[in-house]
Design a protein around this ligand. Structure first.
Ligand code: AN7
Length: 376
């Protein structure tokens, strides 16, 4: 069905690439179609000639990339007649599940690690009416429980072990190729469960395979860039928080810890797939300390006006280090995914800048002095 020029979400937009039929009732909040922003200040500040883009996934309806997978997973859950979905979450998956379940008129059950999810995400899960179950344990405990309980209750798991999640998320790669006309040389992502890096690889691979065929959208009679892409795919680079870096350790981590609570994950669900992505793309994994992550978050907000949550800044922290080191060479075109919006975690942002706030009397002189001193 044509909807004119109104953008109505990624399932409608990439319908031919996704597991839906003409009869499918699509559960959408207009997700996808997020900005690809070229960084203007940071590359010259670090003195490297790179073409560096941010894929700002924080601008999805619930503020993270999870919406891409959730529109697909909830659409299919509803199509299969399910009345409830279930997930474990470090926060963003629960926010997305809660919103899309509300939209669909079904129930979302979400398991979250007690005290370890950012305030905005908790607010979202609660206000959308999800049944929020805090567990005295971490995300990995929650994931284990979700798998167990789903065998005893009529619920569909909407974590990224649900294959429809990755199908939805692969569209981020489509958007990047559609916009740039070809894939970037390097694509850098934060890695937790490694679902998203896997999904991007699926997307890039599908588009590359299409390069010699007629355009899947119109049969070949259009200017759609998918007719023109080379069969090139990017080098995929995954960055983890140092306290939660099983891909660096080469083994599961039992007590993950990091300020980037979204990726406080020690037992990644897409372990094998992510190693395959690394191998097939010629990429690598690396880790960033909490200090590096927060510094990158601050750099993006203060130099480029882009506010992401700490986990998301991991991609930029790692990429900038690898660009400086020449591992990502000058002249490269690089995309970093910023997975979630900065407003998800206001506490961490404010804590970073606490000393910066001034309090003065409500008088002209006081305010004037601050401004003139500052500009002096
Ligand atoms: C902002 O919400 O796992 O490597 O339960 O929220 O695909 O797991 C979140 C993951 C990166 C990692 N950035 O992505 C959850 C959850 C943000 C995130 C990741 C997450 P994957």
């Amino acid at each position: 069905m044509s909807t004119g020029s109104r953008y109505t979400g990624l399932i409608e937009h990439y319908r031919d690439h996704l597991p839906v039929s003409d009869d499918t009732r699509v559960i959408s909040l207009g997700e996808g179609n997020t900005p690809l922003i070229r960084l203007e200040n940071i590359p010259s500040e670090i003195g490297r000639d790179v073409d560096l883009y941010i894929k700002y996934e924080g601008l999805n309806p619930t503020g993270s990339f999870k919406d891409r997978g959730m529109t697909m997973a909830v659409t299919r859950a509803v199509e299969e007649g399910s009345r409830a979905v279930l997930c474990a979450s470090t926060g963003n998956t629960s926010a997305a599940a809660a919103a899309y379940a509300a939209r669909a008129g079904i129930t979302a059950f979400v398991l979250i690690p007690e005290g370890k999810i950012a305030l905005g995400k908790l607010a979202q899960a609660m206000i959308h009416g999800a049944v929020v179950i805090q567990i005295r344990g971490n995300f990995d405990d929650g994931m284990r429980l979700v798998k167990e309980v789903a065998e005893h209750a009529p619920v569909i798991i909407v974590n990224s072990i649900n294959p429809y999640r990755l199908q939805g998320q692969k569209t981020a790669a489509f958007e990047i190729v559609d916009e740039l006309g070809q894939p970037p040389d390097f694509h850098c992502l934060p890695v937790g469960n490694a679902g998203n890096i896997t999904a991007h690889w699926i997307g890039y691979s599908e588009y590359a395979g299409m390069s010699t065929q007629a355009c899947a959208f119109c049969g070949g009679d259009c200017k759609h860039p998918c007719t023109a892409v080379s069969d090139k795919r990017p080098v995929m680079v995954g960055y983890q928080a140092a306290g939660a870096a099983p891909f660096m350790r080469g083994a599961m981590v039992d007590h993950p810890d990091t300020v980037a609570t979204a990726i406080r994950i020690g037992h990644p669900q897409s372990w094998d797939q992510a190693w395959k992505v690394r191998e097939e793309s010629g990429g690598w994994f690396d880790e960033c300390t909490d200090e590096e992550i927060l510094a990158a978050q601050k750099l993006l907000t203060s130099r480029e006006g882009i506010f992401c949550e700490p986990a998301s800044a991991t991609s930029v922290a790692g990429a900038l280090r690898d660009i400086r080191a020449g591992k990502i060479p000058e002249g490269s075109r690089v995309v970093c995914t910023l997975t979630g919006h900065g407003l998800k975690d206001p506490d961490t942002a404010i804590k970073q800048c606490e000393g910066d706030m001034l309090t003065v009397d409500a008088e002209l002189d006081a305010v004037k002095h601050v401004i003139l001193d500052h500009l002096a």
